[in-house]
Design a protein around this ligand. Structure first.
Ligand code: HSE
Length: 418
C-alpha cells in the first residue's frame, strides 16, 4: 500500500473550501494519478464552528502550530493570504521539514526570494501554481513547457475581479460599484478589494511571472501599477467607438538591456483574443523564441478553479517531482525607466466648450512631435488616439495642456496595446 500523505491546510475561505471539496470529490482519481492517498488532516482557521459545518471529519483548530509541529503532516498548504502570519507559517513549516503549497501572490511577490532560499537550504519544495491566474497552469507552462525558450514578452489579464467589472461595463451601463459588489458576491475579490481594483493583485502576479521568465527579483514595485478605478462608462463608450475593449493588462517585456513592467487599464483592439476574455476569466499571452506566440486561457478566480491549481501542486509533490527553487538572478536585469517607454495613447479631454479648442490641442501635440492617429469631438469631449510616442514627450504634452486649460479640464489617459 503506498503511503498516505497527510496535509495541513491554513485558511478555510473560498479557496480552502474549494480544495477540500474537490479533493473529496476526486479522491480516487487523485490517488491513482499521484500514487498516494491525500488526506487533509488538520485545518487551521478563525471560525471553527462554521468550518465544522462544512468539513465535519477534519481536525479543525485555530493554532498554526498544530500543522507546523505535527510530524505526520508532510505538506503545509497556505491559503490564508496576506503577509502575517502566512510568511512565518511557511518559513516554520519549511524549517520543520514540510513541503509547502501556497496561493499567496502578495507574499511571493514581496518575500519570494527569502522563502525560496529557505526552501533550498532545507531541501524542501514550495509550489505556487495557484498564485497566478487561478486554475490556468501558467507557472507550469513557464517552468516546464517553455523551459527551453527565451521569453520575450508576457501579456496577461490576471485579475478576475477587474475583468468581471470591465466586462460588465462593456456589456451594459452597470456602475463600477455594482459590478464590484457582484464580483465580491461571486467570491472573486480579495478580502480587501482595493488590492484588485488598484492593480496591486495584478502587479503581484506579474512580479511572479516576470521572476520566472526573466529572473527579475521578487520585489513588487507599486509605483508601476495603475488600477481601474478611474475608468468611466464614457471611456468605455469611446473605446468601443474606436474599435477597442478596455482591459487591465499586465505586461512584462524584455528589451535590449532591460525589462519593462507595467499594469494599467489598456485599450485592446477588438479583433484580438485578449479583447474576448470576459467575466472573471484570465488569459496570458507569451511570446518566446522557439514556440512563438502561445495563449493560455481559463478561470482566474473562484474556489474550485483555484483549488484545481493547489491540488495539481499536491499531486506533483506526491509524485516526488523535483523542480529547483525559482530564485531570482538578483540585479542581473534592470527595469526599464518609465520615461523610456514608447506607447500609443488614448486621451480624452473633458471641459465645457472644449470642442471649440481642438486646434489648440492639436498644436500642442505637434510641438511635442506627437502624431494623432484618430480624433473624435462631441458633447464637451475631445478624444484622441495618438501614434506611438515616448512617455516622456507624452507627459510633457499633458502638462502643457493642463497649463493651457487650467482647472476646468479633466484629462483621462490610457495606453493602447501594441
Ligand atoms: N482577487 C483575485 C482575482 C483572486 O480577482 O483575480 C484570484 O487571485
Amino acid at each position: 500500500m503506498p503511503e498516505k500523505l497527510y496535509i495541513g491546510m491554513a485558511g478555510f475561505g473560498t479557496v480552502g473550501r474549494g480544495v477540500y471539496t474537490v479533493l473529496k470529490r476526486n479522491a480516487e482519481i487523485i490517488e491513482r494519478r499521484s500514487g498516494h492517498a491525500l488526506e487533509i488532516k488538520t485545518i487551521v482557521c478563525r471560525d471553527i464552528k462554521k468550518a465544522h459545518d462544512f468539513a465535519n471529519e477534519a481536525n479543525i483548530v485555530n493554532d498554526l502550530n498544530a500543522i507546523i509541529d505535527d510530524p505526520e503532516i508532510s505538506i503545509a498548504v497556505e491559503v490564508m493570504g496576506g503577509i502575517k502570519p502566512a510568511k512565518s507559517f511557511i518559513l516554520n513549516a519549511i524549517r520543520n521539514g514540510k513541503d509547502v503549497v501556497t496561493a499567496n501572490k502578495a507574499l511571493l511577490a514581496t518575500h519570494g526570494d527569502e522563502i525560496f532560499r529557505e526552501a533550498q537550504k532545507h531541501n524542501r519544495r514550495v509550489y505556487f501554481e495557484a498564485s497566478v491566474a487561478g486554475g490556468i497552469p501558467i507557472i507550469k507552462a513557464l517552468r516546464e513547457g517553455l523551459a527551453a525558450n527565451q521569453i520575450f514578452e508576457i501579456t496577461g489579464i490576471l485579475n478576475g475581479t477587474c475583468n468581471y467589472i470591465l466586462s460588465s461595463m462593456h456589456q451594459s451601463p452597470v456602475s463600477f460599484e455594482d459590478a464590484l459588489k457582484e464580483a465580491q458576491k461571486l467570491g472573486y475579490a480579495e478580502a480587501d478589494p482595493t488590492f484588485d481594483i488598484e492593480g496591486l493583485d495584478t502587479g503581484h502576479k506579474l512580479t511572479i511571472l516576470s521572476a520566472l521568465a526573466f529572473g527579475t527579483p521578487y520585489q513588487f514595485d507599486s509605483s508601476r501599477v495603475c488600477g481601474i478605478t478611474s475608468v468611466s462608462s464614457t471611456d468605455v463608450k469611446y473605446a468601443q467607438k474606436f474599435g477597442f475593449v478596455i482591459k487591465l493588462l499586465a505586461i512584462a517585456r524584455k528589451n535590449k538591456d532591460n525589462i519593462s513592467f507595467s499594469v494599467s487599464p489598456t485599450l485592446v483592439p477588438e479583433n484580438t483574443f485578449l479583447a474576448h476574455v470576459n467575466a472573471a476569466m484570465n488569459a496570458v499571452e507569451i511570446k518566446s523564441d522557439a514556440l512563438g506566440t502561445s495563449f493560455y486561457y481559463g478561470a482566474g478566480a473562484g474556489g474550485e478553479p483555484t483549488a484545481s491549481a493547489v491540488l495539481a501542486d499536491l499531486v506533483d509533490l506526491a509524485r516526488g517531482n523535483q523542480v529547483s527553487m525559482p530564485l531570482s538572478e538578483a540585479n542581473s536585469v534592470a527595469l526599464m525607466p518609465i520615461d523610456a517607454v514608447n506607447d500609443k495613447n488614448y486621451i480624452r479631454l473633458h471641459a465645457p466648450l472644449i470642442n471649440e479648442k481642438a486646434g489648440l490641442v492639436e498644436q500642442i501635440f505637434k510641438q511635442f512631435d506627437i502624431r494623432i492617429d484618430k480624433e473624435m469631438s462631441e458633447e464637451n469631449n475631445l478624444v484622441f488616439i495618438t501614434h506611438e510616442c515616448s512617455e516622456n514627450r507624452f507627459s510633457s504634452a499633458l502638462d502643457r495642456i493642463r497649463r493651457s486649460f487650467g482647472e476646468t479640464i479633466a484629462i483621462h489617459v490610457m495606453k493602447i496595446k501594441k
